[in-house]
Ligand binder design. Structure first.
Ligand code: APR
Length: 321
């Protein structure tokens, strides 16, 4: 069977790591597209020349032509400017909407049957715009945010409890902004609630809550924490790792339950917006949304987050997109 084909639109920091991760795992042949001349060709050549060392046969091609994305099974989009220190994801809206519109047109024309994962920020708006411009089925257009946000939350929990992160299950819902909703009540270590573990550790419910609140807050601001340290860009390793996990689930028809930015048609009380929720990812993209029973406080937090998504989409529409 021929190897699958993944096209990466945007060959910057995240695009470069994606090309490397996908090739190393032989998940697919890779086409790396960017508007900057020669750069994607250089990056892919560099990665390909390590193929003997890393032991992979996946093919890599850098390009400045949309023609080369033809026949792609999956497309991952990172085109756009990253955040600068002090800049919110929403500040990026106008610049990245223009870029996303042109990318959507290129993808629609050259790879109309592909499933698409979007990473570009502001995420919820970019996913919405891409779907509207292409008219692709909603289940085939998915945003990456929740896998990374949940990994950040899980990492903080593992570090705090000094347990393997592999045994931590924690999930973040909502928009990919500061109002995202880390689901504390469902967070667990091999089935045991994290709050219970924290209470045992500190012998004090108030202290346990304080520690959890700090982890929740750090999760919400985690992207900004990295931006502040890097100074010249935003997180790039972890978003690439997150999208690779989603790509594996889709190309391997794995039915993994991964928090993803998907189109809601009544689920969680949301109609007609892209929001981060647990989704079953398989050969058809987002195959199903897994609903979760939320208590009043959680539902209020989700409603608040959905509100920021609808505001963002309204801003984008006001700007003419
Ligand atoms: N078409 C294709 N690529 C484009 C276009 C376009 N119209 N405009 C810009 N690009 C490319 C840039 O040339 C650059 O190589 O997108 C790439 C973006 O790479 P980086 O600036 O390194 O940004 P990166 O860290 O990869 O983040 C990309 O993902 O997480 C989000 O906020 C982040 O929106 C940003 C995106």
């Amino acid at each position: 069977m021929a190897r699958k084909k993944i096209a990466l639109i945007g060959g910057g920091q995240i695009g470069g790591v994606l090309a490397q991760l996908i090739a190393h795992r032989e998940l697919a042949d890779v086409v790396l597209f960017d508007i900057v001349e020669d750069m994607p060709q250089g990056k892919t050549l560099d990665i390909a020349e390590a193929s003997r060392i890393d032991g992979f046969d996946a093919k890599l091609k850098g390009t400045n032509s949309y023609k080369d994305i033809e026949g792609s099974d999956l497309i991952i989009i990172t085109a756009g400017l990253p955040r600068k220190p002090g800049m919110s994801r929403d500040d990026l809206l106008t610049t990245n909407a223009k870029i996303m519109k042109s990318v959507a047109e290129g993808v629609k024309e050259n790879a109309p049957n592909a499933i698409v994962i979007i990473i570009s920020n502001p995420l919820d708006a970019m996913v919405t715009l891409f779907q509207r411009v292409t008219g692709f089925p909603h289940n085939k257009v998915i945003g990456q945010a929740g896998v990374l946000d949940s990994s950040r939350f899980s990492s903080f929990i593992a570090w705090e409890l000094d347990v393997s992160v592999k045994d931590v299950n924690a999930m973040v819902l909502g928009g990919h902004g500061d109002s995202m909703v880390p689901l504390v009540r469902y967070a667990n270590v091999n089935g045991v609630p994290v709050m219970e573990q924290l209470e045992r550790k500190y012998g004090d419910a108030a202290k346990a809550k304080e520690v959890m609140d700090a982890m929740v807050q750090r999760t919400k601001m985690a992207g900004g924490e990295v931006v502040k340290l890097l100074k010249t860009g935003s997180a790039f390793y972890s978003p690439a790792a997150a999208a690779t996990k989603m790509a594996e689930a889709i190309l391997g028809d794995q039915k993994r339950v991964l928090p993803s930015c998907v189109y809601l048609d009544g689920e969680f009380g949301v109609n007609g917006y892209y929001v981060g929720v647990p989704a079953v990812l398989g050969a058809n993209g987002c195959e199903r949304v897994l609903e979760v029973t939320l208590n009043e406080e959680e539902q209020a937090a989700l409603d608040n987050s959905v509100n920021s998504v609808t505001n963002l989409v309204a801003d984008m529409e006001r700007l003419g997109f």
